[in-house]
Ligand binder design. Structure first.
Ligand SMILES: C[S@@+](CC[C@H](N)C(=O)[O-])C[C@H]1O[C@@H](n2cnc3c(N)ncnc32)[C@H](O)[C@@H]1O
Length: 203
């Protein structure tokens, strides 16, 4: 199952072989910037990070006062999150397939954070992913989606994402678009291929 994106085996093999080129070695500058202006924009709350990898983004939000749960199904990602854990950035680490997260987590989070998980899953499961985000969020909860790669590439992972698809998936589920921007502070190889969407769940 080493080439099946639905299986942790594929991702564990990537971590083992160090074919994990998605890992930035730290949080994206875009989330760091978001934190700088967060005091005016984002009220602190409970956040879940899906497909968190080594947890760089999860720890960035935790360091800034968010109560963060980071989920990944690859053992290496979980081990790395434990290794990199820091008391200044406390994160609850959960090894789980995101698609089977327990229903007890429904309506539990003020925020869902997405970065390079949506493009990693089987594109046929994108509606299922949007349903997952919807059920995890509390009413009025916020979906922070740094969408990548918006470059129409063939094949994957990462599988291409389009702004139109993201908008359709979430607006269909009653989400209100609060803001969207093409960041100028993406890391150079991703510049122009990312867009930051902030949605609010409405009922
Ligand atoms: C491309 S990596 C991105 C990791 C991290 N977001 C980052 O930016 O460094 C995708 C991650 O999602 C995880 N993943 C993929 N499908 C998953 C699933 N169904 N449940 C849980 N984790 C999943 C993989 O194990 C991998 O760590």
């Amino acid at each position: 199952m080493k080439d099946d994106v639905n299986s942790p085996d594929k991702w564990e093999a990537d971590y083992e072989r160090r074919t994990d080129g998605w890992d930035l070695g730290g949080p994206t500058p875009i989330f760091k910037r978001l934190m700088l202006r967060a005091s005016q924009q984002l009220i602190l709350g409970r956040m879940i990070v899906l497909g968190a990898g080594r947890g760089h983004d999860a720890r960035e939000f935790a360091r800034n006062g968010f109560q963060v749960t980071a989920v990944d199904f690859a053992s290496q990602a979980i081990q790395e999150m434990h290794r990199l854990a820091s008391p200044e950035a406390p994160v609850e680490i959960l090894q789980h397939d995101i698609f089977n997260l327990p229903e007890t987590l429904n309506n539990s989070f003020d925020y869902v954070l997405e970065y390079t998980c949506f493009c990693a899953i089987d594109p046929k499961r994108r509606a299922e992913y949007a349903d997952l985000v919807t059920r995890l969020l509390k009413p009025n909860g916020i979906y922070i989606d740094l969408a990548f790669p918006l470059d129409g590439r063939k094949g994957g992972p990462p599988f291409a994402v389009s702004a139109a698809e993201v908008l359709k998936l979430f607006q269909k589920r009653g989400f209100k678009l609060l803001s969207r921007e093409v960041p100028t502070d993406s890391i150079p190889p991703r510049r122009g291929a990312e867009e930051l969407f902030i949605f609010q769940k409405t009922d």
